[in-house]
Design a protein around this ligand. Structure first.
Ligand code: COA
Length: 157
């Protein structure tokens, strides 16, 4: 698979990304429907959140990352969601997106935080490999039977 290039999301990307997001079991478990995802992205675009998209030859908009500067405790970047099209996973697209997220966090002089589900072992391994540490846990925060693990990557000295 060719290398991914990263750009900002536009409105035209939303249906493309929604089309494959609904196939991902993680988001099915969180009851994310196409309607909900569309509405969230539309709102995030209007709010000027940081919305990044990855393109790979033959797979436009096959990955995205959604970040909120100051979204953690009003002082650190919050990586709200990151995802890669199932057919493009494990080819490095997520790593390229995460590197770009870190660049934005550094530009804003902020550390980076995210929540990851206790059962999402693949994503936990992915984040640890990229230098994140678990710094806390929130039981039954989004779903009653799931603990959200708080991960932090220290970027600022
Ligand atoms: C988690 C996720 C974003 C990672 O994206 P990705 O593009 O698969 O990530 P990468 O390819 O950069 O790295 C993932 C793995 O592929 C491996 N990899 C990287 N480049 C590779 C390549 N060229 N060939 C084969 N394997 C490769 C990495 O070593 C890594 O291995 P690991 O699983 O043991 O850590 C993606 O899998 C995903 O969308 N998952 C479902 C949604 C989700 O869980 N989101 C996070 C919670 S919000």
């Amino acid at each position: 698979m060719d290398a991914a290039s990263i750009r900002f999301m536009t409105e035209d990307d939303i249906p493309v990304i929604t089309g494959w997001m609904v196939l991902i079991p993680l988001w099915q478990r969180y009851n994310l429907t196409a309607e909900k995802i569309n509405a969230q992205f539309e709102k995030a675009l209007k709010a000027q959140d940081i919305l990044l998209v990855a393109d790979v030859a033959g797979y436009p908009a096959c990955g995205f990352a959604w970040c909120l500067p100051g979204g953690t405790f009003g002082r650190s970047m919050y990586l709200r969601l990151i995802g890669v099209h199932p057919e493009c996973a494990r080819f490095g697209v997520g790593s390229v997106l995460l590197a770009e997220v870190e660049r934005h966090a550094l530009e804003a002089r902020q550390d980076l935080f995210l929540l990851v589900s206790d059962f999402n072992m693949d994503a936990q391994r992915f984040y640890r490999r990229h230098g994140f540490d678990q710094v806390g846990a929130i039981p039954a925060y989004v779903l009653p039977d799931v603990t959200e693990l708080i991960y932090r990557k220290r970027l600022m000295a």
